[in-house]
Design a protein around this ligand. Structure first.
Ligand code: HEC
Ligand code: HEC
Length: 394
């Protein structure tokens, strides 16, 4: 697809969205114009009781109740959670775009500010041992304060200011009483939003119906071959599965070369800038997004060996959660597979399992088909359920 193509050719996108200047325009999206969005509720509590086929048993549902989940869902869509009332959680974690966003490699925060990392998809986040690409949080209840207080995300100056603003809407008092038997406070705000996110369980994919359900025709021979390539090339050592279920993650951090490469690209040449007719200065930046360095896990631990290590993402629903990697470096699954086949970007510290691999064209194509078989059966239902919620606005 060509950048700058007129909006008229994108019939599924609402008015005002031309995709001009997007990093990627070739993606498939189920986003519809606001006018055509229709909500349809799903029994989210039922998902806790019996997680979809292929997910391990839930360790702990932390006393989540239907009123908590419904309240959390409303908050997730409330733009008044941001300082200027423009940005909700759902605007970077868009339900129809796999609870991430496809348009840019990294999302845009409040007042157009640059955010340095790709928004992770939120499916099955209840199972994650650590949160964020660098694992700097481990509790969903506390995690909300990351985006709420980040000056380049939702831009709030303090926790209290968020609570006050929600109180002043007067719309939530009864719901907090119903869900927690208390007025809004720091703890229950986190518990409500976490409750909704924990309910975003998605599996029962064609792969699951074959591998865990024993349905031999749930996937075709290509997917089965792709799974063998996945098992034989160390992929499974980081993107793990076992007899209890598959999360395709290991709770660890690895240097795959993506972060290292990014650090090379970020070293831009100084720019020669004309500040007045005939007057030039050299500046080491330009009007593009600021060059925020990203050292990965190191930013959470301060240990030098953790530099450029990032959390292993789950591969569930990966076909609908582009772009990929912590910085959204790749727009398609085939680009990711090409990266692995080439062996990353060799440098000291890169995990030894990331090395050049002799994968044929067919192996690569089969791998992609296998990854595409990991899309859960309820992704459309979860998106429709999300749209039963009114968008909180001034
Ligand atoms: C401006 C876009 C933006 C907004 C708004 C936003 N997020 Fe995020 N979210 C991100 C990005 C980017 C990351 C990854 C950041 C990192 O790793 O440093 C992230 C990470 C997360 C994670 C961690 C997931 C994982 O697998 O590690 C959760 C959970 C999450 N966000 C939930 C929320 C909630 C809840 C809200 C609203 C209170 C919210 N986000 C608002 C962009 C956003
Ligand atoms: C050493 C551990 C390791 C191995 C081996 C590994 N991966 Fe990964 N994988 C990761 C990490 C870590 C990331 C995230 C990197 C980042 O965010 O920069 C990732 C990212 C991905 C992604 C992008 C997911 C997303 O949502 O962004 C895909 C797809 C993927 N890997 C598939 C594979 C395949 C296929 C193989 C085998 C050829 C493989 N991986 C081997 C650790 C590994």
């Amino acid at each position: 697809m060509v950048l700058g193509q007129p909006a008229a050719t994108f019939e599924r996108i609402g008015q005002g969205d031309t995709r001009i200047h997007y990093d990627s325009t070739g993606y498939k999206s189920d986003s519809k114009s606001l006018a055509t969005l229709r909500g349809e509720a799903v029994d989210l509590m039922g998902l806790f009781d019996s997680p979809p086929l292929g997910l391990p048993p839930m360790a702990d549902t932390q006393n989540i109740t239907a009123p908590i989940v419904a309240l959390g869902r409303r908050l997730f869509f409330d733009r008044r959670l941001s300082f200027n009332g423009t940005l909700s959680c759902a605007m970077c974690h868009i339900p129809e775009q796999g609870f991430t966003q496809h348009e840019l490699s990294t999302p845009v925060g409040i007042e157009g500010r640059f955010v340095k990392r790709n928004a992770p998809a939120l499916y099955n986040v209840a199972y994650r041992q650590t949160l964020f690409h660098d694992g700097r949080e481990d509790s969903l209840t506390r995690q909300i304060w990351g985006p709420l207080l980040a000056p380049n995300e939702m831009g709030n100056p303090s926790m209290g200011s968020v609570l006050n603003r929600l109180e002043q809407t007067g719309e939530y008092t009864d719901d907090f009483i119903a869900a927690f038997d208390t007025d809004i406070n720091v703890l229950v705000l986190g518990q409500a939003i976490a409750g909704y996110q924990r309910a975003l369980l998605s599996a029962n994919s064609p792969f699951d119906r074959w591998y865990y359900g024993g349905e031999s025709t749930a996937v075709n021979a290509t997917v089965k071959r792709g799974f063998t390539v996945f098992m034989n090339n160390d992929c499974v050592s980081c993107h793990q599965l076992d007899d209890n279920g598959a999360l395709f993650q290991d709770g660890e951090f690895h240097d795959t070369g993506v972060g290292y490469f990014d650090s090379l690209v970020r070293t831009r040449e100084p720019q020669r800038l004309q500040v007045a007719p005939g007057v030039f200065i050299n500046v080491d930046t330009d009007v593009l997004p600021p060059r925020l360095s990203d050292l990965g896990r190191y930013e959470a631990t301060g240990i030098s060996a953790d530099r450029w290590k990032y959390s292993t993402p789950s591969l569930r629903n990966v076909a609908i959660t582009a772009p990929y990697m912590h910085n959204g470096a790749f727009g398609s699954l085939s680009a990711v597979i090409e990266f692995y086949a080439e062996g990353g970007v060799p440098h000291e510290g890169q995990d030894e399992r990331i090395r050049p691999r002799d994968l044929s064209g067919r192996d690569k194509a089969d791998l992609v088909e296998f990854l595409q078989s990991l899309t859960g059966s309820n992704v459309d239902a979860l998106a429709a359920d999300a749209r039963t919620t009114p968008i909180g606005d001034y």
